[in-house]
Design a protein. Structure first.
Length: 283
């Protein structure tokens, strides 16, 4: 009886060693995998086999898990070596979200060029509770690495102390749950840095749209080149983010190969990640 017990223990120990070695082998393989591109943003892509085909060449991907992605999908993506961030809209609300009616009463106004979206009062405790105690928890429970936080520019649109305080509260709360990449947000982020001399408590990186490119027609995917003045402003903003040792990402919209080459060369020189799309809906 004692001999059988010892054999059983040895068998269990052997199985455990095999499991650990298998896990190590998987981690090494995932780390060794090379992707053609560092960064891709696919906010309009729904879950399914075609989605995985779109993602396969990109190391870091940004998706909206509310488009049907489940924990098993995120697990599969991470096994393939991807870093995965999920979109979360904290400064505005889209009328197609199933929770829209619950928060329509605290919206502030229509979002220019996005008629299905309205700015929201981020200072309202009802909205803060929803973002921090409900939506963000559902998103992070899928296993994503962090949040791609949109519409911090609500502070640019409604420039007052209450909105500033609301944005700060939400960002700090999200940062405790996972990594945070802010999309844009230059007005708030710059002011926050001036007050605190650090960005550590609110973000891990910034994604800036249209540094080099410009959206001419939102309905027809017509793009152009950004003005030198605007480009200079956003470059300065990215310089601040980099100075704080945070990651910098550029999201550009263009079909111009020469402009694409210019963006690539600039990002390589600066050590920034970038994604260039020829479609505004990022599908």
């Amino acid at each position: 009886m004692k001999k059988k017990f010892i054999i059983s223990k040895l068998l269990i120990f052997s199985l455990m060693i095999c499991f650990v070695l298998g896990s190590l082998r998987f981690n090494v393989n995932a780390a060794k995998k090379k992707f053609a591109y560092d960064y891709g943003v696919f906010l309009s892509v729904n879950s399914g086999k075609s989605a995985f085909k779109k993602f396969k060449d990109y190391k870091t991907i940004v998706i909206d898990v509310q488009n049907g992605f489940l924990a098993k999908d995120i697990k599969k993506l991470k096994k393939q070596g991807h870093k995965v961030y999920s979109y979360i809209n904290v400064g505005a609300i889209e009328n197609y979200r199933d929770y829209y009616k619950s928060y329509e009463d605290i919206t502030l106004g229509v979002y220019e060029n996005w008629p299905d979206e309205k700015w929201v009062n981020v200072h309202d405790e009802k909205w803060q509770r929803f973002i921090l105690d409900d939506l963000s928890l559902k998103i992070i429970s899928t296993g994503v690495d962090g949040f791609f936080v949109d519409n911090i520019d609500v502070y640019y649109q409604y420039h007052n102390d209450d909105i500033y305080s609301g944005v700060e509260t939400i960002l700090k709360g999200l940062k405790k749950k996972g990594k945070v990449i802010i999309n844009g947000g230059d007005t708030f982020v710059t002011e926050y840095y001036d007050k605190n001399r650090s960005l550590n408590d609110i973000l891990d990186g910034v994604n800036q749209e249209t540094v080099f490119s410009r959206i001419i027609d939102y309905d027809k995917d017509k793009f152009g080149k950004n003005s030198s003045l605007d480009a200079k402003y956003f470059k300065k903003y990215m310089k601040l983010v980099k100075k704080c040792r945070k990651k910098c990402y550029l999201l550009e919209y263009t079909k111009d190969k020469n402009l694409s080459n210019k963006i690539q060369k600039y990002c390589k020189k600066k050590g920034y990640k970038y994604y260039i799309s020829d479609k505004l809906d990022l599908s």
